[in-house]
Design a protein around this ligand. Structure first.
Ligand code: NAD
Length: 454
């Protein structure tokens, strides 16, 4: 691994990755390979956890094509020198920012959207002019193998290379001195990555998770809210970092809400055979999720099939914050519903919880919406829908507090793999004497005036 990193460092030092033409050529190459391997990508992910072609295309592959297209279209503008006003104290001068690639980057992916979460940061890193070692998640083994084949048989290792593996391999990689580490995964492992990066003062982006609530107010369009929430929660069988983790529903509509939830889940006919549902990724996660299903609280669902690692969409009612489903991110198809009397009681509670990656607000009231958005801190979110904010690359995507550090997507992604080198270029046709000795009373007077003006 050290040799591979050394080779990437040497390649970066040749300046080969810096020209815009080189970056676009690599993005073109990746786009063509994605097209060429599309069939294999679908087959691998279906074999790993029964994710359908429809879901893989709409929630992963299509987004990667969009990322590549957007990066190619905007690269020249993103990478351009950015001029900013100069300060009077430096007169005469001009000031600008150079967007400089960071160098040799490490991208560590999560398993739940394995193509998107591995390759979207890689696209941003290439666009910004870096070299990359990609370590995809080992849990979907066939998916990781296809990524390895797609990249390692088509790109030069000194520029872009996949290193497969689990904890031991990632631990070895994390000992090395990269110029940037981009990690997607759990808060627990995020802390390990942060600690390892600190040894070399390596900058990190940590895309983590958390318990993202959906707050359902009595004045919302109930049927539509439920339809959107059910889709967002049970997509990928709840194994989505920005899935609504639990529901907070206003007490006055709790019964109506639960009824609508049950009807909507039934009408969706979720099943692997219908290609709108997936397996739980492995036995460990299956067992972990089973512990959260409290038979006495099941309002809908609760059926499980251990051999196939299937948990049917499950709604838990009469839940409070002490319930076992509320102690960690669920990351599965279990939806606890907590009722509350008024925003005044629930907002202070949300304020004191770890800041989640997302929060969703369902209301027709501008006042209530503003109150919630002002009071509660979270990575990003939506009003009257859930999950789909990820589809707008104009919005930075990332967490805050325990849900992450930094953000990416679109230009924010380019920036997160770039150093902004600040430059002042001083003219040589004039030199004001004010800062020099002797510090006479008149120079002091003039410099005070200048500093006030600048
Ligand atoms: P994870 O933290 O278990 O694994 C992520 C990566 O870290 C994998 O590549 C894995 O091999 C590696 N890893 C695991 N243990 C390690 C260790 N001890 N030392 C070094 N590396 C280690 O996460 P996961 O199960 O793949 O994904 C689920 C989590 O990721 C959830 O918390 C979810 O919310 C979060 N997530 C966040 C985003 C986001 O964009 N913010 C996206 C998807 C998932």
């Amino acid at each position: 691994m050290q040799q591979l990193l050394d080779a990437q460092r040497r390649f970066f030092a040749t300046q080969a990755t810096k020209p815009i033409a080189f970056r676009k050529k690599q993005l073109d190459r990746l786009e063509k390979l994605l097209k060429q391997y599309e069939g294999e990508l679908y087959a691998a992910i279906y074999a790993d956890f029964k994710k359908s072609e429809f879901d893989t295309y709409t929630s992963e592959i299509a987004l990667l094509y969009q990322d590549i297209k957007e990066a190619k279209r905007n690269l020249t503008y993103w990478a351009a020198k950015e001029h900013v006003p100069s300060s009077l104290i430096n007169f005469p001068s001009k000031s600008y920012i150079i967007k400089e690639p960071l160098g040799a980057c490490l991208v560590i992916g999560a398993w739940n959207y394995p193509y998107l979460l591995s390759l979207a940061p890689v696209i941003a890193a290439i666009a910004a002019g870096n070299t990359v070692i990609l370590k995809p998640s080992e849990l979907p083994a066939r998916t990781s193998a296809v990524l390895e084949k797609l990249i390692n048989t088509n790109f030069e290792p000194e520029f872009l290379k996949v290193v497969e593996g689990g904890v031991p391999e990632t631990t070895e990689l994390l000992k090395l001195q990269f110029n940037k580490i981009f990690f997607t995964g759990s808060t627990k492992v995020g802390k390990i990555v942060y600690e390892a990066a600190a040894k070399h003062l390596t900058p990190v982006t940590l895309e983590l998770g958390g318990k993202s609530p959906a707050i359902v107010m009595a004045d919302c369009k109930l049927k539509l809210a439920v339809k959107r929430l059910v889709w967002a929660k049970f997509l990928n069988a709840g194994q989505t970092c920005i899935a609504p983790d639990y529901i907070l529903v206003e007490k006055s509509i709790e019964t109506k809400f639960l009824q609508a939830l049950r009807e909507e889940i039934i009408s969706e006919h979720f099943s692997v055979e219908n290609h709108n549902y997936v397996q739980i990724i492995n036995d460990d996660n299956f067992e972990r999720l089973l512990q959260m299903i409290d038979a006495e609280k099941v309002w809908y669902g609760g059926e499980t099939r251990a051999q196939e690692r299937i948990i049917e969409p499950t709604v838990l009612r009469d839940i409070d914050f002490d319930h076992k489903s509320m102690q960690e991110e669920i990351f599965g198809p279990i939806l606890p519903v907590i009722s509350f009397e008024s925003l005044d009681t629930i907002l202070p509670k949300l304020h004191d919880l770890p800041k989640p990656l997302a929060t969703y607000v369902f209301t027709a009231s501008k006042k209530k919406k503003e109150q919630i958005l002002k009071y509660v801190s979270f990575g990003g979110g939506m009003v009257n829908d859930a999950v789909m904010h990820i589809a707008n690359s104009e919005l930075p995507f990332g967490g805050v507090g325990m849900s992450g550090i930094g953000a990416y997507h679109g230009k924010t992604g380019f920036d997160c793999f770039s150093h902004h080198k600040s430059m002042v270029e001083k003219a040589t046709w004039l030199e004001l004497p004010l800062k020099y000795y002797p510090h006479t009373a008149s120079r002091f007077k003039w410099i005070k005036r200048l500093l006030k003006l600048s």
